[in-house]
Design a protein around this ligand. Structure first.
Ligand code: AMP
Length: 116
């Protein structure tokens, strides 16, 4: 059984977060340490620790993350200029919170994808 993270508490409203969207499948909230003018995390309400734990059962949930990302990008006014979606996995990917999350980053030119 995967261990819950702080994100499960955010989903249940047990700790404060700046939630921008929530439905029965996903929750989206502003990153506490924004790396761009818009930095929102979009997460499945179901706990999936890492991308390595994704199964075929999760296809609908994960597809919904993209639908919500596109909707939020419109709401934030960054869809036309563009943005970046990032999902980190484990140590080399830089994952810190083990409840998968899509970073939605935008609001300025983001530069190259990877630092050297
Ligand atoms: P990652 O490195 O991909 O696991 O990203 C974890 C992200 O979660 C980081 O960008 C953190 O700033 C963000 N984060 C951690 N705790 C919170 C929180 N309580 N509310 C909002 N964002 C958080």
């Amino acid at each position: 059984m995967a261990e819950e993270t702080i994100f499960s508490k955010i989903i249940r409203g047990e700790i404060p977060a700046n939630i921008v969207f929530q439905d029965e499948t996903v929750t989206a909230f502003r990153d506490i340490s924004p790396q761009a003018p818009t930095h929102i995390l979009i997460i499945p309400n179901k706990l999936i620790p890492t991308v390595n734990d994704v199964t075929a059962e999760d296809e609908q949930v994960l597809g919904h993350l993209f639908v919500v990302a596109a909707k939020i990008a419109q709401q934030e006014g960054i869809a036309e200029d563009g943005y970046r979606l990032v999902m980190n996995c484990n140590k080399h990917g830089g994952q810190e919170v083990f409840h998968i999350h899509m970073h939605l980053l935008g609001g300025k030119p983001l530069g190259p994808l990877l630092s050297q």
